[in-house]
Design a protein around this ligand. Structure first.
Ligand SMILES: [Zn+2]
Length: 477
């Protein structure tokens, strides 16, 4: 049993990605390589034992030799500071953009947890309950030592990360800096090529390039977020977005609230609005980017023009800033953000979080949902159990900040900005492989319905063995 793989998250769920690879060599030595160290979010935290899911790794962090990180999203990176706090001391391999994004995202995540813990403690105190056990997953203090362990690996560069273990990253086209993980494992008797797609991007004209074909593998770990469906075809994101702006901001004189992940989607929407503005087609409405994290992320995106799609890079020659145009205001100060909540009249507000579970967008929804002239434009995946999922499901009233808010605003959906490949795109991504050579295709990062549907299609495509591992199930490779 020289190679095994155990998923300690994202097995039957879409969050908490943590895949532990263990190699035992013929001389008795071993290596433990962790791929991603993500936080569980949304529904995964509900139900019995849910709250503990981010507190117990299921393995000893001190025993892990190396962490390979695919991209900066919190469901792939969010527990890194806790991993380090619990004893992990190895290198963390990631692209430069992933490292830079993690620096701001993990600090933001730590602040949210400190804030939430403080809130829980106050509430417990009021009820006369003990507060001793209420501790944040990690604090801002824990982020710095974690960031010190990062080592940058460029896309398509090959390095040796443990005896007989070679790593290369390939372009995943998912968010800035995102990569698929390619490992070659050699225990002296057998060579195994393992690919971990992590999150796969799209074959549409966004600011990022398409996912790149990857080298032939023997074992593939593949995401399946949208394994059971295809995105609505949208010919033109500009036309679609412009239609929403006209309807809500011009005809109804209302607010168009766009809940968006600070990283990725916010920059994509700004890029579309910038293109419309350059073409003189964007109506004169104020655009507010109400997210300090999005401001920092947009700043980082400007520093990596080489990671953008070629056609987008060419645009930089006549427009040096693709995320800024007349009418846009970046809002960092909480005081200014609060002013926006009391504002009336047409406006576009882009704020995090995308699933509407946290962040400033909840304030905009709290004040805006009850008014029929407003609209919410959902542009990303909303996990079951989140406020976003409730609104998209047609809820007539929702709870925000402990109050019942009637939903009079229209709820629209636009799938163009989805950062995840749909079923057909996943199959297109896998088509670079000779399916007959692949010994095992392991589907993770999707709910069971999505995984099962994708399995059917993969079997039809010629993959011999398609596995859907349970959480903590040990798969022999
Ligand atoms: Zn992701």
């Amino acid at each position: 049993m020289p190679f095994t793989l155990t998923s300690h998250g994202a097995a039957g769920t879409v969050t908490g990605s943590k895949h532990l690879l263990e190699l035992t060599r013929s001389d008795g030595s071993s290596s433990r390589i962790l791929m991603d160290c993500g936080m569980f979010q949304g529904e995964a935290l509900q139900g019995p034992g849910g709250k503990d899911r981010n507190r117990r790794f299921g393995f000893d962090p001190a025993s892990v030799d190396v962490l390979v990180l695919s991209h900066a999203h919190i469901d792939h990176s969010g527990l890194i500071p806790r991993l380090v706090r619990e004893g992990f001391r190895g290198p963390i391999y990631a692209t430069a953009a992933t490292r830079d994004l993690c620096a701001i995202m993990l600090e933001d995540s730590a602040r949210i947890q400190e804030y939430d813990t403080e809130y829980d403690r106050k509430r417990a105190k009021k009820r006369g309950q003990p507060t001793r056990d209420l501790q944040p997953l990690y604090t801002v203090e824990d982020v710095k030592p974690a960031m010190a362990l990062f080592q940058v690996v460029d896309i398509n560069e090959t390095i040796t990360i443990a005896p007989g273990v070679h790593l290369a990253f390939t372009e995943a086209g998912h968010i800035l800096g995102s990569a698929a993980i390619q490992l070659v494992l050699d225990d002296g008797e057998r060579v195994l090529r393992l690919s971990n797609t992590a999150d796969v991007g799209r074959y549409v004209e966004r600011i990022l390039p398409e996912p790149a074909p990857f080298p032939q593998a023997d074992v593939i770990l593949c995401e399946s977020t949208y394994g059971d469906r295809d995105h609505m075809p949208i010919k033109d994101a500009e036309e679609e977005l412009l239609r929403h702006v006209h309807q809500v901001c011009v005809e109804q004189q209302g607010a168009l609230i766009i809940p968006a992940f600070s990283i990725g989607k916010t920059q994509e929407v700004l890029y579309t609005l910038n293109s419309l503005s350059n073409a003189g087609r964007l109506p004169r409405v104020p655009v507010f980017v109400d997210s300090p994290l999005a401001i920092s992320a947009t700043h980082i995106a400007r520093q990596y023009p080489q990671l953008l799609r070629e056609a987008v890079r060419a645009e930089l020659e006549h427009d040096p800033d693709l995320f800024t145009f007349p009418g846009v205001e970046y809002v960092r100060e909480p005081k200014r953000s609060m002013q926006l909540n009391g504002m009336k009249g047409p406006r576009i507000v882009i704020a995090a979080s995308g699933m509407m579970e946290a962040g400033r967008v909840r304030h905009h929804l709290f004040h805006g949902l009850a008014h029929a002239e407003n609209a919410v434009l959902a542009i990303g995946f909303c996990a079951p159990g989140t406020l976003g999922a409730a609104l998209l499901g047609g809820a007539r009233e929702v709870h925000i900040f402990g109050e019942l808010v009637p939903v009079k605003a229209a709820i629209h959906r636009m799938e163009f900005y989805s950062a995840h490949a749909d079923r057909n795109e996943l199959l297109r991504y896998l088509a670079c492989q000779d399916a007959a050579v692949v010994e095992k295709l392991i589907l993770v990062h999707g709910i069971d319905q999505a995984r099962e549907s994708l399995r059917e299609r993969c079997l039809q495509a010629g993959f011999k063995q398609v596995l859907l591992p349970r959480m903590r199930e040990v798969v022999e490779l």
